[in-house]
Design a protein around this ligand. Structure first.
Ligand code: HEM
Length: 224
């Protein structure tokens, strides 16, 4: 199989990915200080930094939504149940036996079925829940400053619990994601791709033409 360097991740995509990673990591770090898990910045500063990072994340998300819609890249995240079992089998067994990846990565289909499902869940559920509860938390806590007493939340408890559950889910995702980064063609190939944009993938067009040549050779042999 011939391989070639393919431009998989565009500049904005890489910027969005790394900014999002930094912001979510920072939000988790300051968030769990607010939660009382440890003391690093001090409660007041942790809250202040958490709020700033939250606004930055919201702005980033607005730009990312615009980019995904205008480029059509949102289609990459449409979930599919096809090949899910093969992908799971690969991560549980195949990977330890040096088996080949069950799905081929191409520019038009960058994500395997498990990634599609996970990222879809993050985009439509976990991140929106984290954001909404975060905003409710913020405005409930400082109602007079933003003048939205009309939300009329009686207690912060449920909001805080849901916000914390979403935070834990995001951390579980990050840990799994960090492991899965190392499971590309080589340990660093996925990381390099998200840094440079380029990844070594099978040359689809070359493979097709090689296949054609093979097939025509076979037909000529048969005629002979
Ligand atoms: C745009 C999104 C977000 C907004 C608007 C937001 C806002 C807030 C606010 C206002 C608080 C309470 C601060 C206070 O006590 O004054 C808070 C707490 C917290 N946040 Fe966020 N946050 C967001 C995203 C995140 C993310 C992505 C994580 C983690 C990955 C996170 C983790 C936490 C945690 C663990 C707490 C403490 C919850 C508790 O113990 O009650 N937040 N957040």
């Amino acid at each position: 199989m011939s391989k070639k360097q393919v431009y998989v991740y565009k500049a904005f995509e890489r910027f969005w990915h790394w900014m999002q990673a930094i912001l979510i990591f920072f939000l988790a770090f300051t968030g769990f200080e607010i939660h009382g898990t440890y003391n690093f910045f001090g409660f007041r500063d942790a809250v202040r930094y958490h709020n700033v990072a939250a606004y930055m994340l919201i702005i980033l998300i607005v730009f990312a939504i615009f980019w995904h819609l205008t480029t059509g890249e949102w289609k990459q995240y449409v979930p599919t149940f096809q090949n899910i079992k093969a992908q799971l089998d690969y991560y549980i067994f195949g990977i330890f036996r040096n088996a080949p990846h069950p799905t081929k990565k191409t520019v038009l289909s960058k994500l395997n079925p498990l990634q599609k499902l996970t990222y879809f869940g993050l985009k439509v559920l976990v991140i929106p829940v984290s954001l909404t509860t975060g905003l409710l938390y913020m405005f409930y806590r400082y109602p007079s400053r933003h003048g939205i007493e009309s939300i009329n939340i009686q207690t912060l408890e449920v909001v805080a619990i849901i916000h914390t559950i979403a935070a834990i889910l995001l951390i579980v995702f990050i840990i799994t994601h960090l492991y899965l980064i190392t499971t590309g063609e080589s340990i660093t190939s996925n990381l390099k791709a998200m840094l440079t944009g380029f990844e070594e993938l099978e040359d689809e067009r070359k493979n097709i033409s090689e296949e054609k040549i093979e097939r025509s050779k076979l037909t000529t042999q048969k005629i002979d």
